[in-house]
Ligand binder design. Structure first.
Ligand code: 3PY
Ligand code: MG
Length: 261
């Protein structure tokens, strides 16, 4: 197994992904053909569950993008199950300490590097034993920094063996810093981002940003991030429908409302 997104980040190539919140195999298939480098199915906030995931992952199989899954919590059973279903990386929310980071990384790797239990059903169907030979090197473990405590420990989290990237959850980070949600241009938020980028730079790992808009994703890449999500299925649907309504009705004043998911 080759994790294309991880390969890009390892050689310093930036990459854009797309976020999937709706459990629809045709939407997922459509997004997978758009040219993004990775797709993330969201089991934390997305309107989908594990049985949806077992249909969504096969629906995009064969498309040239890396399937990632955000798990609902930093639990080894959840991480193992999504990897067994065919995710090639996990995004783990609310990683607050180096110990949290160690637990997430261990759940992603077979012994001796970690404690993942062996039963990779989906990938073994396709690749057989080759999956076991490559999984530890190719599975991406991505830790989210999105709390005050996570930021306080960001250097230790970034330096944890087995963490391939940090991923900023900007809205939760605002809450964690006592800022209004969406206050991404404020000095404390900017300072937090600089600290996270320094920590990942020193550790030699990649940094990602959840982009609420395409502009936000673009600014993140321009500002030194290695990867960002450019939007969600719901946000694309909403802005496309708003734009169609505005153009068709000749309403040039109608600006799309700001996306929150
Ligand atoms: C955040 O903004 O906190 C996120 O986790 C985005 O989903
Ligand atoms: Mg969050």
């Amino acid at each position: 197994m080759i994790n294309q997104a991880l390969q890009h980040w390892r050689v310093g190539e930036s990459s854009l992904g797309v976020w999937s919140n709706l459990p629809d195999i045709h939407l997922a298939e459509t997004l997978a053909r758009m040219g993004f480098d990775w797709i993330c199915f969201d089991l934390q906030h997305g309107l989908m569950d594990y049985s949806d995931l077992t249909r969504l992952l096969p629906a995009i199989c064969g498309q040239p993008l890396t399937p990632l899954v955000r798990v609902a919590a930093n639990q080894s059973d959840q991480i193992g199950k999504v990897l067994d279903a065919g995710a090639h990386g996990v995004i783990v929310p609310m990683v607050n300490t180096a110990d949290d980071a160690r637990r997430a990384a261990a759940a992603c790797r077979y012994p001796p590097a970690g404690n993942r239990s062996c039963g990779p059903l989906r990938d073994a169907m396709i690749e057989g034993f080759n999956y076991l030979a490559t999984a530890n090197e190719q599975i991406a473990c991505i830790a989210m920094i999105e709390t005050e405590e996570g930021l306080a420990n960001v250097e230790a989290i970034a330096a944890t063996t087995g963490i391939d990237a940090l991923f900023v959850g900007p809205m939760d980070l605002c809450y964690g810093l006592g800022l209004p949600p969406g206050d991404f241009d404020s000095p404390p938020f900017r300072a937090a981002i600089e600290r996270i980028l320094k920590a990942t730079g020193d550790a030699g790992i990649a940094t990602g940003m959840f982009g609420y808009t395409a502009q936000m994703a673009n600014s993140a890449l321009e500002g030194g991030f290695d990867f960002a999500s450019a939007g969600t299925d719901i946000s694309f649907f909403r802005s496309g429908a708003q734009q169609a309504l505005a153009i068709a009705s000749g309403d040039n004043e109608n600006n799309p409302s700001e996306a929150v998911y």
